[in-house]
Design a protein around this ligand. Structure first.
Ligand code: SF4
Ligand code: SF4
Length: 447
């Protein structure tokens, strides 16, 4: 081996943090399917953009995979039935993990049904044009499965005057506890590569780089063996550091380029997709099917049977928790990872397309008193985009929300949680910033 290769530094970005990973709980466990819940809750707003429009009526029988709602606009996707059963109600306002209540379709599962997906006939993906591929991606209801839930087809059509040259495929999975992307890279490698090839064709990108944190070198090696040496798709290990999986950070790490403040990756010719999204596209598009299930990591000290589970979209969290079991009566359940996920007030919420993990804590593990800021500067050292979280926190305390946005770049904050994590005073900085952004948005709408 050449000396330069030995001393070559692995790619990364400045700042960030190193939280305990806790991935060993589930990283070695292959994906397993759980039972189907007797009742499925399918919110019509599982993505950014307008809610879906129901295509079914109360009392109608549906088969697994059948479209039950059409897209409500361009930045929207259709929904498909996760089970064979009967529509029990529509329009109920159900609780969601994100907070606001949403309209949903409630389906009662037929217990005796085989739950095979027999809906739609396979298609020849190689014969599809780029335009047909974009339509197929929207028709299958795909959103970013890494947690962003942004409709995937929208990224295939960058704003006028912009061209996608490079795809970054995000296999970092930098949140503690989560391992579903790791398992997907190991278990669904061929589907993932097929999905990437389709997106290369649809966007006209010249190449794709799969970025994987170096705590998953088995996945790097496995993907490399599945790719020809002259492939337009390459895989690169990046430093294990949080938030390496944030799209702007990963772009900086792999390409040494920065997305401009307030901009999007397409501004510099890049589109970022999650590995799970690619694997699902590679599986679903050739079969002409919709997104009806996803891999979810269920983990944390409060989960009795941590693992990676194939969960139908719409499965109630309460049902999932009953299957996995909890170690204590008093738990705190986070949808997503512990850094960026949401603590849920009720288990009557559904697993939606963007839920990559469910992390269970015994409640007193996360209850910490909040103290005043001691001006230690730890949050400044942690912020990957060089904001001043301490100053932003003080301004939030005196409700100077507009100043936060205008003078301290509040809107560039992508709520990674690094500043809150390192704060010795336990100040919930990220929550303050989320609230400040929401208040500014409301004020703008009202103006
Ligand atoms: S939450 Fe926002 S301010 Fe805090 S570290 Fe992350 S990007 Fe910076
Ligand atoms: S980490 Fe916390 S205590 Fe330290 S400067 Fe930032 S807000 Fe203040």
């Amino acid at each position: 081996m050449k000396l330069s290769a030995i001393f070559r530094r692995r790619k990364t970005f400045n700042h960030g943090i190193h939280p305990m990973e806790h991935k060993a709980l589930t990283a070695g466990l292959p994906v397993r399917r759980l039972f189907f819940a007797p009742k499925m809750i399918i919110p019509l707003s599982q993505h950014r953009g307008a809610p879906g429009i129901p295509l079914v009526k109360v009392g109608q029988e549906v088969v697994r995979g059948e479209p039950i709602a059409k897209a409500g606009g361009f930045v929207s996707v259709p929904m498909h039935s996760p089970v064979t059963g009967v529509v029990r109600s529509i329009d109920e306002l159900v609780a969601t993990a994100e907070g606001p209540k949403a309209r949903a379709i409630i389906i009662e599962t037929y217990p005796a049904a085989t739950q095979e997906v027999l809906y739609q006939a396979p298609i020849d993906v190689d014969a599809m044009t780029a335009e047909e591929l974009v339509k197929a991606v929207q028709a299958c209801g795909m959103v970013g499965l890494g947690g962003a839930a942004f409709p995937s087809h929208v990224k295939l059509l960058p704003p006028e005057g912009k061209q996608i040259d490079i795809l970054i495929i995000n296999g970092c999975e930098c949140e503690p506890y989560l391992t579903c992307d790791h398992r997907v890279m190991l278990e669904q490698t061929d589907c993932m590569i097929r999905g990437i090839r389709m997106v290369i064709k649809a966007t006209g990108a010249k190449r794709a780089i799969i970025g994987v944190e170096d705590n998953k070198l088995d996945a790097v090696a496995h993907i490399k063996t599945a790719l020809p040496t002259d492939s337009e798709i390459t895989v690169e290990a990046v430093v294990t550091k949080y938030p390496q999986g944030a799209e702007k950070m990963l772009i900086t790490s792999l390409l040494d380029k920065e997305v401009p403040s307030g901009g999007i990756p397409a501004d510099i010719g890049v589109a970022v997709y999650n590995v799970g999204t690619m694997a699902q596209l590679g599986e679903l598009i050739p079969k002409s099917r919709g997104l009806i299930e996803r891999v979810v990591t269920v983990s944390g000290p409060g989960a009795k049977k941590p693992g990676n589970y194939l969960v139908p979209i719409g499965t109630p969290l309460r049902f999932l928790m009953e299957q996995v079991g909890t170690t204590s009566e008093s738990t705190e359940v986070i949808m997503g990872g512990p850094m960026m996920g949401m603590s849920v007030a009720s288990q009557d919420v559904a697993i939606t397309k963007g839920v990559s993990g469910v992390v269970v804590f015994e409640r007193d593990e996360r209850d910490h008193p909040v103290y005043p800021c001691i001006k230690c500067g730890a949050c400044l050292d942690a912020c990957p985009i060089l904001l001043n979280p301490s100053m932003l926190g003080q301004l939030a305390g005196v409700r100077q929300y507009e100043t936060m946005a205008q003078e301290y770049h509040l809107n560039d904050c992508f709520e990674c949680g690094s500043c809150s994590y390192v704060c010795p005073s336990n100040i919930p900085l990220t929550q303050y910033f989320r609230i400040a952004k929401a208040i500014n948005r409301e004020a703008k709408t009202a103006a």
